[in-house]
Ligand binder design. Sequence first.
Ligand code: RP5
Length: 181
Amino acid sequence: NPILKMIDESDSSITTTRSNIQPLVGIIMGSDSDLPTMKLCAEILKSFDVPFELSIVSAHRTPMRMVQYAKTAHVRGLKVIIAGAGGAAHLPGMVAALTPLPVIGVPVKGKTLDGVDSLYSIVQMPRGVPVATVAINNSTNAGLLAVRQLGAFIPNYLQKMQEFMERQENEVLTKVEKLDK
Ligand code: RP5
């Protein structure tokens, strides 16, 4: 898999799930140019020990691959799909139209329009076809939302999310204490 090889070579901290573990989350993106943004999502999932797969699926350049990916995702055991795209960002919405799984959309900021084009393309879904849209370039939140969705039926992830929230709160409180001194 060329994209996995590319990631392995560029950053060993986000090596994706090995073949013997069932991925629960599918991370897809429209282009390899989305990778610097989307790899943060892979990193956060890795920190929660969530098995995931990651690949490039383009709504415009590889439409048939997108249909195949989305149609088979739930059969292959995925529970959530995180889709990142920029510009005319149709990938999350089209995937949501094809799969019964929850889809989280990440608007990726491109070279022009500050990512507002991506945000509007992803967030303005018609009634009946939901995409949970996170902030521009915030693929970390997409990963965290996926962990919460898994936590609804896998207690281990619920507990890990509670621990994460406690750590996050303590970090802020420590800063407050320092400021108060
Ligand atoms: C979208 O077009 C991709 O998600 C990417 O954000 C954007 C630009 O793609 P490249 O021209 O960099 O491949 O489909």
